[in-house]
Design a protein around this ligand. Structure first.
Ligand code: G6P
Length: 610
């Protein structure tokens, strides 16, 4: 949520910052800004409400800002509406220090009031401005930037990743973090900071992750990192495996479509290194594979689509393992007194590995004695680093705000984990069939993706419906939650997902002639029951799009106006194929409605506030 980029180097900073911001825009896009310090110590700031394109045109319409060091920010507003003044970077009243910030300063009002009593005036409504005003206030007293930084850190409460420039230190940038991601990149033509690795891929893949309470001082040639006691620390460098091209659109109209089409490959990359000699091999768990023997309950904790993967996991893992599995919204988890301890395993699922609620749930689980196993896409992310065990989804960078390939890879990995554990518990039937189905899965996904015209045609028939219901039973209910979320996120059509048997307990009163119902019936044991539910809504005038497998297509199509027919696979893997038509339907509906598909309004890809 919000993106930070910073550069200290040997070339002009503004183009580097704009390039980085473009790659970070998916983290927030209601305003953007840059600050640059020229070699003679002039601090220059430009910022504006709206997309990055507005800032670009502002910068191109004037004399170029010159300076080889700078910070940039793309914002997802929390405190203060999206406008020019609230955009970052923020500058102190002495115009000496500029700050970009991600996160929330919880005690900002108390600090703001105390600074105002000292005669300092504020221009924005943001929590971030207190950081920079406080920094300047201490700096004025001590005349030492690092002293001022440490004094500020001891005063502020909350979550933050920050980049700081001071006009008295023209070649130097300071970076700090606590509970919000920030990494440092080491390039040939300078050094970088970024909230997200995708911003750096075109410059460098060698990075180090800043830890909580560390402070980095970065110049074109040096990076020094200090801990909370101001002692210099040596940090390990990591090489990111993603390449820059993976974060480009590659000829597709939208990242979302590209990422949908990448699913066969993303699933293959996630599955195949974990299959050997006809077995599932999870090296990441090493000797700990047996932990499942002592586990009496599993919590799957996540947000958004990752939570919907957890819902699939609830149905599937419970069936495989015969132990209670609960899917929990991370934002509720730590406030709901979960029964934790040594015998509970907590599985955290997160694409970004930075979602604050998921991180907080992880910490709560560890504090209360449970082991945490995470399924994460971004290597080296905070959730990955703090978990006891990590399984990476090898989906590559996901840029579209609405997740697709991360979702499918999370699901396949969670199911593989379930099968792996079930075998450890010696209660795994059909193991070989599942392995065969896993091997065949990428090809089956390709089949679902073969006829894009079909999805396009159905979407153009229904794109102007203002209310859509998804319904299904068992894993189809969980799939419906994801299908409905996809549609809401990117097309702004109000949609709800219901367990098909529950519809008649109230919601069916909303069905009237013309209401669109997407009826999911891929879960073979309940196809006939789903059919009855379809008949119920049809007899009240609903238009039905049905989804099922080849085997039951005739049954469902007898009642549906349109059909999504997917190939069959092993039942535990079926939802992986089932989600794809729902992604494509949402995509083409949004396209027909002229929506900004990759950057839907009000959303952000990585949510690092509570
Ligand atoms: C945001 C994104 C969703 C995502 C959720 C969880 O809301 O828009 O697509 O599912 O965060 O993100 P995570 O990175 O933890 O999977």
């Amino acid at each position: 949520m919000c993106g930070i980029i910073g550069y200290a180097g040997k070339t002009e900073a503004v183009p580097v910052l704009l390039d980085g911001l473009e790659r970070l825009e998916y983290r927030g896009y209601d305003s953007a800004g840059v600050a640059v310090v020229s070699s003679d110590g002039k601090l220059q700031v430009r910022k504006s409400r709206g997309r990055l394109a507005v800032l670009r045109s502002l910068l191109s319409g004037e004399k170029p800002l010159s300076g080889e060091i700078g910070i940039g920010h793309t914002r997802w507003a929390t405190h203060g509406e999206p406008n020019d003044v609230n955009a970052h970077p923020h500058v102190g009243q002495e115009n000496k220090i500029a700050v970009v910030h991600n996160g929330i300063i919880e005690n900002y009002l108390e600090i703001k009031n105390s600074l105002m009593r000292k005669g300092i005036s504020f221009s924005s409504d943001t929590d971030t401005e207190v950081i920079v005003q406080l920094l300047e206030y201490y700096y004025k007293k001590d005349s030492n930037l690092m002293d001022a930084v440490y004094r500020v850190l001891s005063r502020i409460k909350g979550a933050y990743a920050m980049g700081i420039l001071c006009s008295d230190y023209p070649g130097q940038m300071v970076a700090v973090r606590k509970d919000a991601p920030l990494l440092i990149g080491f390039g040939d033509d300078g050094n970088y900071i970024a909230s997200d690795v995708t911003a750096l891929l075109s410059h460098t893949r060698t990075v180090t992750y800043l830890e909580d309470d560390e402070v980095a001082v970065i110049t074109a040639d040096t990076v020094q990192i200090y801990d909370s006691d101001r002692c210099c620390t040596e940090k390990e460098k990591h090489v990111i495996e993603w390449d820059a091209a993976a974060a480009e659109k590659g000829g597709y109209a939208h990242f979302m479509l590209k990422e949908i089409m990448e699913q066969p490959e993303a699933v293959r990359k996630t599955v195949s290194p974990r299959l050997a000699d006809g077995k599932i091999l999870l090296q990441e768990l090493e000797d700990a594979g047996n932990i499942i023997q002592n586990i009496s309950r599993i919590y799957i904790v996540a947000c958004g689509s990752a939570y919907h993967v957890g819902m699939i996991g609830k149905y599937t893992l419970e069936k495989l393992l015969h132990i209670p599995v609960e899917a929990c919204l991370a934002s509720e988890f730590r406030y709901s007194e979960p029964i934790l301890g040594e015998t509970a395993l907590v599985i955290v699922i997160s694409q970004s590995g930075e979602t604050l609620d998921s991180m907080a749930a992880l910490r709560e689980a560890k504090k209360r004695g449970s082991k945490v196993l995470s399924i994460v896409n971004v290597m080296g992310s905070s959730i990955a680093r703090e978990s006891d065990f990590v399984l990476y989804t090898w989906a590559g960078p996901e840029i579209a705000v609405a997740t697709t390939k991360a979702y499918t890879t999370q699901m396949v990995l969670l199911i593989m984990l379930g099968v792996f554990f079930a075998r450890k518990l010696k209660q795994m039937e059909e193991y070989d069939r599942i392995i065969e189905a896993l091997i065949a899965l990428p090809e089956k996904i390709k089949e679902v993706l073969k006829d894009l015209n079909h999805y396009q045609k159905i979407a153009s028939r229904y794109f102007n419906h203002n209310r859509v219901f998804y319904m299904g039973r068992n894993v189809d209910y969980a799939l419906g939650l994801e299908g409905s979320l996809k549609l809401k996120e990117i097309s702004y059509i109000h949609s709800e997902s219901y367990a098909a048997g529950e519809l008649k307990h109230g919601t069916i009163s909303l069905i009237e002639p013309g209401t669109l119902v997407v009826a999911l019936a891929t879960y073979a044991p309940l196809v006939e029951k789903s059919l009855s539910n379809i008949v119920e809504v049809k007899s009240r005038g609903a238009e039905v799009i049905g989804m099922t497998t080849e085997k039951t297509a005739d049954i469902i199509s007898s009642q549906a106006s349109e059909m999504f027919v997917i190939p069959r696979t092993h039942p535990v893997l079926q939802p992986i194929l089932g989600v794809i038509p729902l992604q494509l339907f949402a995509y083409y509906v949004a396209l027909n409605r002229g929506c900004d598909i990759d950057k839907p309004r009000n959303l952000a890809k990585s949510v690092t506030v509570e």
